[in-house]
Ligand binder design. Structure first.
Ligand code: URP
Ligand code: ZN
Ligand code: ZN
Length: 473
């Protein structure tokens, strides 16, 4: 089956072209520039033609950081592999990299296998895995090789969450050394969990049990300190590092300082940190809706501005969602104690639209939008050029995006399983219209027309971020 996508503007990480795209089976066969925007390309024969006039023709989105069906805080995230992956597709994401988890006392491959079982036959999109290493032991370090062999080339470690996911500096260094040997990537949740636990206990002892104290006990300085430390550990180990879900200016500055020393250290942020601030928290218990870690930051301190500039200039490499959705009832587990609120927000459906607001507002270029949402995440995941860019031979994951459509984000219209929206009432310009997954139309006029099980697991290689030519700001 040959499909011709004609009449659109094809956008890549460094190009914007009036061009037609020919899809043959599961792959991109050709991208042919039109002499003028309204010309049609002669000689491209196809079984089906999709009219993309007035639309951007984009590579499918790649979300480097998701949590579907994650058991956490005595519950399981609201979105499972069907609902979460369907919502992602409807938002223009065709590939996710989800975090499989090691059980404490358990092995690494057992974690990968558990996640494979959950995704198999249910994922609506292509997917790959990182592995959260929550118990660094000598045998765990050994087993990292088998995991990489299986195409899982990213390992997440935590300086946060003592007692559950936390690893100490020695464990982190040892895992980083092993990752360096294996050409794997360490994904780091960097907050000083030991110090945060002291602040949390002090707040509870003062009777400060409300959700706002989740945010106030995780200050930006303790994120920045942890980033500085893990960058130093990565430098000693000689390993590639992605600091995930960066929420604030001083934490980003530590990544930039590492990079200025020539280290392969990369920064990921999330739409929630770009768009929301502590000022947006509802009063009282309702603030539990926006509890995540790292927390939202004060807008008046300028973090959002610095993060947007980072996205625009290349100091931030990738924008992922850290999608970790809960219902309001699940959040209410922390009604009397903020430390019991399950951490995380439902974002997987809105990443492209929220970042497109940056394009609309002149904060970043169209090309950079594609780079941070598609190409760089694919490179960091070791999935490029198969994913993340429209190139001859790449998978035909294609998004037709209407840049002029207007929509209001709301729980009443979103497709995520969370029964509230973190972005309720936010008006955005731009909307995903059509999505192809490996040549198959899976979203048509904003409706999911694919099936659970359409998605395949992708075996990852090493990350392929270009060292030269990165757009440092
Ligand atoms: O609050 C968050 N971010 N929950 C998801 C788990 C994590 O730490 O990434
Ligand atoms: Zn994390
Ligand atoms: Zn996460």
């Amino acid at each position: 089956m040959r499909t011709l996508i004609e009449g659109g503007t094809v956008v890549g990480p460094s190009t914007r072209l009036e061009a037609d795209v020919l899809v043959d089976g599961e792959h991109i066969a050709a991208i042919v520039a039109r002499p003028t925007p309204t010309d049609r390309t002669p000689g491209l024969m196809a079984d089906r033609v999709i009219d993309a006039t007035g639309r951007y023709v984009l590579p499918g989105g790649v979300d480097l950081h998701t949590h579907l069906e994650l058991p956490v805080s005595g519950t399981v995230t609201a979105d499972d592999w069907v609902t979460g992956s369907r919502a992602a597709l409807l938002g223009g994401t065709t590939t996710i990299v989800d975090y499989a988890g090691q059980e404490r006392g358990g092995g690494l491959m057992a974690g990968v296998e558990r996640w494979r079982e959950r995704a198999a036959g249910r994922a609506c999109l292509d997917h790959a895995f990182h592995l959260m290493v929550t118990d660094v032991r000598p045998d765990t370090l050994e087993e990292m090789a088998a995991v990489v062999e299986q195409g899982v080339t990213g390992f997440k470690l935590f300086t946060a969450y003592p007692g559950t996911n936390y690893a100490d500096d020695g464990q982190i260094l040892a895992a980083m050394q092993r990752a360096a040997e294996l050409d794997a990537t360490i994904m780091m949740h960097a907050e000083n969990g030991i110090a945060i636990d002291v602040l949390r206990a002090q707040a509870l002892a003062r009777g400060q049990t409300g959700p706002i104290h989740h945010l106030l006990t995780r200050p930006a300085a303790l994120e920045a300190e942890a980033v500085q430390r893990v960058v130093a550990l990565a430098e000693v180990a000689g390993c590639r590092l992605v600091v995930v879900h960066i929420s604030c200016a001083p934490a980003l500055a530590e990544v930039v300082a590492g990079r200025d020393r020539g280290l392969p250290v990369y920064a990921e942020t999330c739409p929630q940190y770009l768009v929301l601030g502590i000022e947006d928290l509802p009063e009282g218990l309702d603030a539990a809706r926006l509890v995540c870690s790292p927390p939202l930051r004060w807008r008046h301190e300028g973090h959002q501005q610095v993060l947007w500039e980072g996205v625009a200039t290349g100091r931030i490499d990738a924008v992922a969602t850290d999608h970790c959705s809960f219902t309001w009832k699940q959040k209410l587990a922390g009604r009397d104690d903020f430390t019991r609120i399950p951490n995380g927000l439902a974002v997987i459906e809105h990443r492209l639209d929220l970042l497109h607001q940056g394009v609309v507002e002149g904060r970043l270029s169209l090309e950079r939008w594609v780079e941070v949402c598609m190409t760089a995440p694919a490179r960091l995941a070791g999935l490029h050029p198969r994913k993340g860019e429209l190139l001859p031979g790449s998978d035909a994951d294609v998004v037709l995006y209407d840049p002029a459509a207007r929509q209001v984000l709301s729980a009443s219209t979103h497709h995520m399983a969370s029964d509230y929206s973190c972005f309720e009432g936010l008006e955005v310009t731009g909307r995903v219209e059509t999505v192809l997954l490996r040549g198959q139309v899976v979203v048509d006029e904003g409706r999911h027309v694919g099936r659970p099980g359409d998605g395949r697991e992708l075996r990852r290689g090493p990350a392929t971020m270009p060292e030269a030519g990165r757009s440092e700001g």
